[in-house]
Design a protein around this ligand. Sequence first.
Ligand SMILES: Cc1cc2nc3c(=O)[nH]c(=O)nc-3n(C[C@H](O)[C@H](O)[C@H](O)COP(=O)(O)OP(=O)(O)OC[C@H]3O[C@@H](n4cnc5c(N)ncnc54)[C@H](O)[C@@H]3O)c2cc1C
Length: 425
Amino acid sequence: MANYVRHAAYFPAGRSDPVVIVGAGHAGGTLAALLRQQQFDGAITVVGDEPDPPYHRPPLSKKFTDDSMIQWLKPPDFYADNDIELLLGVRATRIEPDARRVYLDNGEYRRFGTVVIATGATPRKLMVPGGDAAGVMSLRTIADARALGHAFERAHSLAVIGGGYVGMEVAAVARSTGIAVVVIEREKRILSRVASAQLSERLTEYHRSKGTRVITDFGVAGFRTAEGAVIAVEAEDGSVVPCDYALVGVGAVPNVELAQQCGVACDGGILVDRVGRTNVPGVLAIGDVTRRPHDALDGRYRLESIPSAVEQAKHAAAVISRDVSGSHETPWFWSDQFDLKLKIAGLLEEGSTTIARLGDTPAAFALFHLRADGTVCAVETANSPRDFMGGKRLIAARVPVDPVALADPGVSLRDVFATGSVIGG
Ligand SMILES: Cc1cc2nc3c(=O)[nH]c(=O)nc-3n(C[C@H](O)[C@H](O)[C@H](O)COP(=O)(O)OP(=O)(O)OC[C@H]3O[C@@H](n4cnc5c(N)ncnc54)[C@H](O)[C@@H]3O)c2cc1C
């Protein structure tokens, strides 16, 4: 708690010490709103380098062909109405923890009692010839999504480089609008980092059934261009895939520069404790930029998801109010691809066994992943909200289940515990 004692030398008694949040994204915006909701009476400044107030990013890869993709986190007036200073189009350039100041690229600075780094992540670039050509795009912001929407109005063919969730969602939207789509994946299967082999296989088949070409084991050597614009993707083995546009979705790199510069420890993300505190007094970090421990898991994780951003914002709000207890929810995530509503909970573990629980149609299923001791480490569902909720409960319960009962959709998930298991034990 020593880190969060009042700094009388900087701030007069009375109101709480100011909070400066760097990054007006999902985590930063949620934290500002939570603090006011919880009657925090100090000054709050949110600094964001994008021109827009905090918004939801998930719709950007699911419905970017029209402006219904823009969903504000809070109504734009919310911030002024709640005495939150929202500085948009402004970048924080330096944090001085000893002087308790954040410097901004508009020449100003803000004082803080606590600064919260919520700077998110930036799409990873493909450092190959032609990687900067016109028509080679990435997707993180409203501006990116608008550019992609305009491209769709002209495109006959799209190459999606990287079969991750964002790439597969964009592929689904593009295909649904009649564009010829090729997904190009370097690994042996799509979603290799984030989904089980069984889910990858099912999704690959689903996308193929809609007419999308999915090519795996394809390392991109570069982009062929004509008059500065992309016309094809070239593989390391010399093969060529023509395209009008290319979307690069090969992961995101955490924006740690500001943290590193002020002495905050980073290693594949800003290292924080279980409630978001860094090694530097007065400096917290939340959202996609962090790598954090989780009560139910070994090791540290950089979880890039809305539920994780919101959970971390809650922890930071509690820390600022001097409460450091903070519980951890089972990590979860969702994705929409064509008519598949995917919901995934938990994390896959090496050596786990997969049990499929099939629904009424091929588009409805749940894949449960069991550890050797019969407990559930993860569940991947499509169009099965009940299995998702039940699976999430099974993960938290950490009680062995009976695989035969689990595979039978006629058996309720309340009744799948292995004989002799003590529920809640
Ligand atoms: C296309 C897309 C689809 C997604 N779909 C899903 C989904 O279906 N489900 C799900 O759970 N998650 C999804 N996600 C992930 C989710 O959106 C992120 O986990 C979430 O936005 C993380 O919030 P954040 O606040 O940590 O980062 P961000 O929302 O990225 O916000 C960080 C902000 O900080 C700004 N910033 C960085 N440096 C500075 C600086 N020095 N000064 C000022 N501002 C700065 C950035 O520009 C950015 O605006 C998706 C993400 C994308 C891009």
